[in-house]
Design a binder for this molecule. Sequence first.
Ligand SMILES: [Zn+2]
Ligand SMILES: [Zn+2]
Length: 225
Amino acid sequence: MELVKCPECGKENVSDTAEACPDCGYAVKIHYQRLREEEAKQARLKMETEKKLAEAQQKKETETQRQKEAIEALEIRIKGYTRTIPIVAILTIVFCVLTVISWNLSEDGDLGLIIVFCGFATFFGGVTWTSSISAQNRAREDLKLAKQSVDSYEKKVEERKIKEAEIAKRQQELQDAQHPKCPNCGSKNTKRITFTNRAVSTATLGIASSTIGKQYKCNRCKHMW
Ligand SMILES: [Zn+2]
Ligand SMILES: [Zn+2]
């Protein structure tokens, strides 16, 4: 209980639990009840708003942090490609130069072999080179996106992962089809009998009969089916 002033007639020392003001009959109790309820409601609202603001601030901070980390990681990756791309080119050239030098030094060097060697080196170097460049370009695009919105960037990475998993799954299925389970021992260490290895076995063993009509061979128990 508290002694208050009647809000209607201004009489002092009226109990805030009095149903009515002794002077004017004003419903003091209800008036103060409503007032306190309103105050409590306002306080609650204020607290909720502050909590929401703090949460939004927190979210913004973690988002900025995530964005910062993503940008840093991408910049490191891009820099890494900038180093590896010329290294690939240099290694390819060095390999070819060394092959040519060793060919010049040897008495009966085979030019055809050199061309094949350098051809392979250039091919693998070229493949590594172009794939590094496209990977770097992709990282640059990712960086641009991450700077715009870290959420979109993370979504893109997630989608890419799903796509890659699908491709890996399909490749696994293809491989499983190439290496079916051996009906004899259950091993997956099997291979398809191709036209070439059938021809080879015919040439070396002189018998084609064992593989004729068979599609697969088990490497473990040698069963064919
Ligand atoms: Zn009164
Ligand atoms: Zn087997």
